[in-house]
Design a binder for this molecule. Structure first.
Ligand code: XIL
Length: 380
């Protein structure tokens, strides 16, 4: 008993003495604490936020619906933690901003811009001129007949001027024209999407030139983009190149090419590199504007609503492979935006088929693919 007490008393003295030694040290002489065991790091300890990981290369963005930003704390926190850029998924499209002629609905778009400003994020505006999600009054008269070119372009000018002016200095880049080119055929003569009401009204693609000029006049400092999908495939790649080259050659103010990047885990590295090698010669900013990497390689792949091990493994390979390519072209690529935030919501989902296209899982936690991307980037 006695001995025990003596030992514990010595123990106490020793503890007090060592605490004194630690706290008594000057700040720059913090003694090394020797750990007997090294705790296994949890992913949360080791994960670097996306915006930090890519901070030296380009802004990393997410597309959002404004109700997500407002009503979901998890969404709000993830956006602030990981992203340095934001694109409104739908609320800046013409049918959202001016569904009824003369009646502007700014509330949602304003909210996103305010959120971005409050959190030091860039905003990409999407999109000003498109055949889809555009109200009928921009194309047809009250009898359902196509408008004249003169009237349609006057209205387009008024629309673009109103929207771009409102966010002048707040939106740094605009998708001025979206998806104007014909798809699925490599025929260079079949260049434009002829079923677009814009094309039908004008009888040609001159509305594209006009849209860029209107946007530039409204905000001469905004970066103006042409944005399209299936951009890496042989049948579309050259058309996009030719369009942007033509705009530049004619002196139209275009500054960027948006590659939508709706791809999947089976993408061809060669397709992407060939495309970037071609586009980098255009002398405009290149951005991946709507990136998602679905776990399905084709429509016939078996559907699942569960993130299987096979899905996880395929993304763990595909994602670092993709970001390695992107890193190789970092002097040309000025932004990468995911078309969503995390796997809980994506426009690709169907009730029996979830696409799980992002680096963050349905709980907004980093997936294994995230760790693999981080490892690859850190090793560069
Ligand atoms: C999609 C949105 O994600 C969906 O919510 C909406 O129902 C349809 O449009 N290319 C584009 C985007 O340029 O605007 C599209 O966004 C996806 C394809």
């Amino acid at each position: 008993m006695k001995n025990n007490r003596t030992i514990s008393q010595w123990g106490c003295y020793f503890l007090v003495l060592s605490m004194f030694m630690i706290t008594g040290c000057a700040k720059d002489e913090i003694p090394e604490v020797k750990k007997t065991t090294t705790p296994t790091p949890t992913p949360a300890d080791t994960i670097v936020p996306l915006k930090t990981l890519f901070g030296k290369m380009f802004p990393i963005g997410a597309a959002v619906a404004s109700n997500q930003v407002l009503s979901s704390a998890i969404q709000y926190n993830t956006l602030r933690k990981h992203f340095s850029s934001i694109t409104p998924e739908n609320c800046m499209k013409p049918d959202a901003i001016e569904r009824v002629k003369g009646v502007f609905t700014w509330a949602e778009a304003d909210r996103i811009v305010a959120f971005a400003q409050a959190n030091n994020m860039k905003v990409r505006g999407h999109c000003l001129t498109w055949h889809s999600q555009t109200p009928d009054w921009m194309f047809y008269d009250e009898n359902g007949a196509l408008l004249s070119k003169e009237v349609a372009l006057k209205q387009l000018k008024e629309y673009i001027t109103a929207v771009v002016s409102r966010y002048k200095g707040k939106i740094y880049a605009w998708d001025v024209v979206n998806e104007a080119l014909s798809d699925w055929t490599p025929d260079a003569n079949d260049m434009y999407r002829k079923d677009s009401p814009w094309y039908k009204i004008c009888g040609d693609a001159s509305y594209i030139d006009s849209a860029f000029v209107y946007a530039h006049r409204a905000d001469p400092n905004a970066k103006l983009f042409y944005n399209d999908y299936n951009e890496i495939y042989g049948w579309k790649r050259n058309k996009i190149y030719n369009l942007v080259k033509g705009l530049k050659d004619r002196g139209i103010p275009i500054h960027g090419l948006g590659m939508q990047a709706h791809w999947n885990v089976g993408f061809s590295e060669n397709d992407i590199r060939t495309t970037l090698d071609l586009y980098k010669t255009l002398g405009v900013d290149l951005q991946l504007t709507e990136l998602d990497l679905s776990v399905y390689k084709s429509d016939t792949d078996a559907s699942s609503t569960v993130y299987t091990t096979a899905f996880s493994e395929s993304q763990e390979l595909a994602y670092p492979k993709l970001f390695k390519i992107i890193a190789d072209y970092k002097s040309y690529i000025t932004g990468v935006t995911f078309w969503g935030v995390a796997d809980d919501y994506t426009w690709l989902d169907k009730s029996d088929r979830k696409a799980f296209p992002f680096l963050l899982n349905t709980n907004h936690q980093p997936k294994k693919a995230y760790g693999a991307v981080q490892k690859m980037i850190k090793a560069l």
